[in-house]
Design a protein around this ligand. Sequence first.
Ligand code: COI
Length: 372
Amino acid sequence: MSDGGTGPRTDAGTIARAHRDPGFCRFHTDHVVVLEWSAGTGWAEPSLEPYGAFTMDPAASVLHYGQSIFEGLKVFRQPDGSAALFRVGDHARRMARSAWRLAMAEMPTELFQRACAELAVADDAWIPGGPGQSLYIRPLMVANESELGLRDSARYRCMFLAYPVEPCFGRDFAPISVTTPGDLVRAVRGGTGEAKCAGNYAASLRARKEAVARGFHEVLWLDGLERRWVEELSGMNVFFVWRDASGVRLTTPECRGTIVRGITRDCLLTLARDAGIPVSQEPTSIDALVDGATSGRLVEMFACGTAAVVVPVGRVATDGHDVTVGDGREGPVTARLRDALTGIQHGVRPDRHGWLRNVRNDLASVRTGTHR
Ligand code: COI
């Protein structure tokens, strides 16, 4: 690993000011970890470099054919002052699946994990410790061959960036409003909907822009064939809490190739089961959502993702309907699941599922080859 740690460092006062109000990715840290892949030699060693612009040939294939994938994962300051990566192996595996779908180079889990740990150690001063705060790591991989022929690239550049953050919809988790996107669709089965590729996010921006112009926070995507089944928001999975005579039940759409396999989604399914809440991955139609909200059977709805954490959805608008979910405010199941998750992340609840990895131990073990 080459060491860019000798580059300019931000002074402590500036970092402290960033930590007072980090927002979401408003401030980048001092470093970036770069890994290059080429068809002839495979992955090169990670290189820690000062954060900065880099040059790219206008013929670089990502600019023409869109081979671009990313991840988003977090490092949390722990009560003893150490720092821990959250489900880093799962993020690595998901990035490899995205790479496979876009015919890009798949990065081994150990290398991904090492890049994250190297960056977190180099930029340790940037890891905030306030309530709800974390360091967000954004691994990004782009095709970097200067070649206009349409084929998968022979060169990729992967960059790990980092930002001190708070949840992207704000630290108070105020309920958001969503609307369905008219005629636009995001994904169909067999497409790239499950991959964290730039194209999926680009495809969501038109509908999101229109939703925001109409006063909503986000788009609620429906399936691409029947435009009937609820799928996800532009960058978040979605959950429903239903109540009947036997109690409450949590549901979320299944992962069948059109939605991102959210790691926060998976945590919440696990934590709900731990809490004895019945959970089911099943389809929910937009009609059932509207009927449920109107009849009072649908008592809570929330969105989740690494960046957003867990945020209540208080209002849903769709063709001719505009409904309030529950009383429009955050419900107890939403709050309980978020507390369970953030408690583990911040090290104040036991990590029963082994989701946290101490950054320095991890780095030592990957460097000495004892990594599991
Ligand atoms: C994340 O939650 O980390 C994401 O990748 C969503 C992104 C659009 C902010």
